[in-house]
Write a protein that binds this ligand. Structure first.
Ligand code: CAA
Length: 397
């Protein structure tokens, strides 16, 4: 077994606080099934999804990211936050980091570096690891990691049922209150075209079954490297947070890993390892790079006391990059959870009917540089007020 704190030398570094936000609206899968004639069991049982978060016309990755991060700043202040890393694969600008808008909306100090990271759904894990490196160099440094995505597939395509949107913000620092992140990491990269989104498209392209196989191969490759780097044995982990493009994918991946490790695939064990991690993703949908940390939020919010227990993380980003790493839950973590706020973020969403969802999906800004205000729809703390001279205009409430 590896040294639990080896990523941080002798000091513990990890997730000090975690908060998530999701959208104003929600589409139940029953509404999608009624529209397209799909047997609802395919959505509820086959892919493990019950509803999808739908952004209002005045919400995007910036407003979601700022809404996720604002409670962290309210609790801890901005002191020591010298780096903001914004991970996304649904970027709003080819040049400017979405994090700079969030930095401004949150009133963070100008003495900060802000950057956007992309590698499909893996970006937030890269951000987490880079943050750990920065804190290792200067233990007084705190890094705000924001993972924010709106997942969008073509209407009437197989991927449509796996859409969603959410942002997770995490404060990374020394002596974390929630989860210590361990070394080593198991890494895997392969040049595959399972899922991608060319710059000229709003919606992702995907080869569905290939993408599932690519995920499984990457999970296996990352695990293999993890063990070769001296990582923990599989049975040392109490729970596993997988990237969840749809929640049944976590089950597929975990069964695959158990098989690969020569373990019997006992469904009760699979459910014990995965069951608590899917609660938020099953009603939010695919939040791309946020999803593995939404799985962590659900686990910590719902499981019985996990103090001292090891959690395995499998982050996968199509294209593809995967990473397996471990973390240990810190004594006293329950006092720092945001369980009530997380439930409220889910429950406050207003259901929309299929026609409204479709109209929101089809909405896009004209590219003429004109003045295009957005309708005031969100009741969240930040809104995208519109587009003028090709510039996005944001407002705080
Ligand atoms: N009752 C219960 N189960 C049912 C059912 C019913 N009435 N009807 C079908 N099912 C089951 C099927 O048996 C199948 O289960 P298994 O996978 O266990 O065999 C499941 O429901 C899905 O059925 P299909 O495979 O027929 O569904 P589909 O062809 O419509 O596509 C999908 C499913 C490929 C996941 C599609 O939604 C898709 O393309 N999604 C986007 C891509 C994706 O999420 N890929 C995941 C890996 S890539 C990644 O992780 C990165 C990322 O975030 C995108």
């Amino acid at each position: 077994m590896t040294n639990n704190t080896s990523a941080a030398g002798n000091s513990a570094i990890g997730i000090h606080d975690l908060s998530f936000a999701t959208t104003e609206f929600v589409l139940p899968h029953t509404a999608l099934a009624d529209y397209n004639g799909t047997e609802i069991g395919k959505y509820h049982l086959g892919i493990g999804q019950r509803s999808m978060s739908v952004p209002a016309a005045d919400e995007d990755i910036v407003t979601l990211g700022a809404a996720a991060a604002a409670p962290i700043i309210a609790r801890h202040g901005a002191e020591g936050i010298r780096t903001v890393v914004f991970a996304t694969e649904s970027s709003i600008d080819q040049a400017k980091s979405a994090g700079v808008y969030v930095h401004s909306l949150l009133g963070l100090p100008s003495a900060a570096r802000v950057v956007e990271l992309k590698q499909a759904c893996y970006g937030a894990t890269a951000a987490l690891q880079f943050a750990i490196g920065l804190v290792h160099r200067d233990p007084g440094h705190r890094v705000l990691v924001i993972a924010s995505d709106v997942s969008k597939y073509d209407l009437d395509s197989p991927g449509e049922a796996t859409q969603g949107a959410a942002a997770v913000a995490m404060l990374i620092g020394a002596d974390p209150a929630l989860v210590r992140i361990e070394g080593p990491s198991g890494l895997f990269t392969a040049d595959v075209m399972d899922f991608w989104r060319p710059n000229y498209r709003d919606t992702a392209l995907v080869d569905g079954q290939d993408s599932i196989n690519a995920y499984l191969q990457a999970a296996q490759g990352a695990w293999k490297d993890y063990t070769e780097q001296g990582g923990r044995a599989l049975e040392e982990f109490s729970a596993f947070c997988y990237h969840q493009p749809f929640t049944k994918m976590a089950y597929k991946a975990h069964r695959h890993l158990l098989n690969y490790c020569g373990h019997e695939v006992d469904e009760a064990t699979v459910a014990r390892h995965i069951g608590q991690t899917t609660a938020y993703n099953s009603v939010v949908g695919n939040s791309y790079t946020a999803s593995v940390y939404l799985a962590l939020a659900a686990l910590l919010d719902r499981a019985d006391d996990m103090t001292g227990q090891a959690i395995g993380f499998l982050s996968y980003g199509s294209g593809s990059v995967a990473e397996f790493f471990g973390g240990t839950v810190v004594p006293g973590y329950r006092e720092h959870l945001r369980t009530a706020a997380h439930r409220e973020a889910i429950e406050r969403r207003k259901p929309v009917d299929y026609a409204r969802y479709r109209a929101l999906h089809e909405r896009s800004f004209p590219a003429d540089g004109g003045d295009h205000p957005t309708p005031s729809e969100t009741t969240g703390p930040f809104r995208l007020a519109g587009l003028r001279d090709h510039k996005r205009l944001y407002e705080s409430r």
